[in-house]
Ligand binder design. Structure first.
Ligand code: HEC
Length: 244
């Protein structure tokens, strides 16, 4: 088991060192694609998080937090983080795929406009995790690539980890796993070859209002808090890319 663990970590480390180099090596295309799609989800969630106070402002009607605004910000932040400019269609051969994620994120915010702009309501349930789930669902329908948030301590039934995800979450929870290092593996799912990647995430102070202590107390969403502490493994973004 320990051996297996080390072997896997080395494979992942080798694969990941190739990512981010000048040109995507063919064998690593899916790994790079997975990493970049995860980045697009993280950037989108970050935007929701930053605007949470505005979204929750009961006194304000039109908030200007539109799908277009989110799409432009996601593209801008993605460009800063990766040097890939999705406003230029030829920036990368995968641009259409990445733009399908941006479009999914835009659609989720467009659809939520009546809720976001409703005056007299504070907390509206427009939060990063729900945004990511809805964008992931839309993206799956567009592309066949699955992107989801998952956790050993999941709340939303659809976020329940499958066997692979449970095993990787256990690896992430192991103190021998380097904090923050993603895990990827070429494997089979439903009889078809896929690349799976998971990127761990950890509880920050900003998460604890909902996921922190005291465990079992209701948070603002009405769900029971998990009792996480800052730095605890919270869960992971999990992605499944069919391979040709
Ligand atoms: C406003 C309350 C709130 C805050 C703050 C919050 N979460 Fe959540 N989180 C939720 C809710 C509600 C869900 C279920 C989302 C859904 O319906 O898909 C969730 C889901 C998740 C999931 C997916 C697994 C599951 O439980 O379904 C992860 C992982 C997660 N949160 C991590 C975090 C992290 C990390 C932070 C801080 C960066 C954070 N959350 C901040 C409320 C919150």
């Amino acid at each position: 088991m320990a051996n297996n663990f080390i072997k896997k970590s080395v494979v992942v480390a080798l694969m990941l060192t190739c990512v981010g180099a000048a040109g995507p090596a063919p064998a690593n295309t899916e790994v790079e694609t997975a990493e970049l799609l995860i980045k697009l989800v993280q950037v989108g969630r970050g935007l929701i998080s930053e605007h949470q106070a505005t979204i929750n402002d009961a006194g304000k009607g039109d908030k200007g937090f539109t799908g277009d605004y989110v799409a432009n910000q996601v593209i801008e932040r993605f460009r800063k983080a990766t040097k890939i400019d999705l406003s230029r269609p030829n920036s990368t051969p995968q641009a259409p795929l990445f733009l399908a994620m941006v479009e999914s994120e835009k659609e989720v915010i467009d659809e939520a406009q009546p809720v976001i702009n409703k005056q007299g309501v504070g907390f509206k349930g427009v939060i990063p995790a729900v945004f990511a789930r809805k964008a992931g669902d839309r993206f799956y329908r567009k592309t066949g690539i699955r992107v989801k948030l998952t956790s050993a301590d999941y709340r939303f039934p659809g976020n329940r980890p499958d066997d692979f995800e449970s095993e990787v979450l256990r690896i992430f929870a192991d103190t021998r796993h380097p904090k923050g290092q993603p895990y990827s593996k070429a494997t089979m799912l439903d009889g078809k070859p896929v690349l799976r990647m998971m990127d761990p995430e950890y509880a920050a102070a900003t998460c604890l209002g909902c996921h922190g202590s005291p465990k079992g107390e209701r948070d603002i969403t009405g769900a029971k808090k998990e009792g996480w502490h800052e730095g605890d493994l919270a869960g992971a973004i999990s992605i499944v890319i069919p391979m040709r």
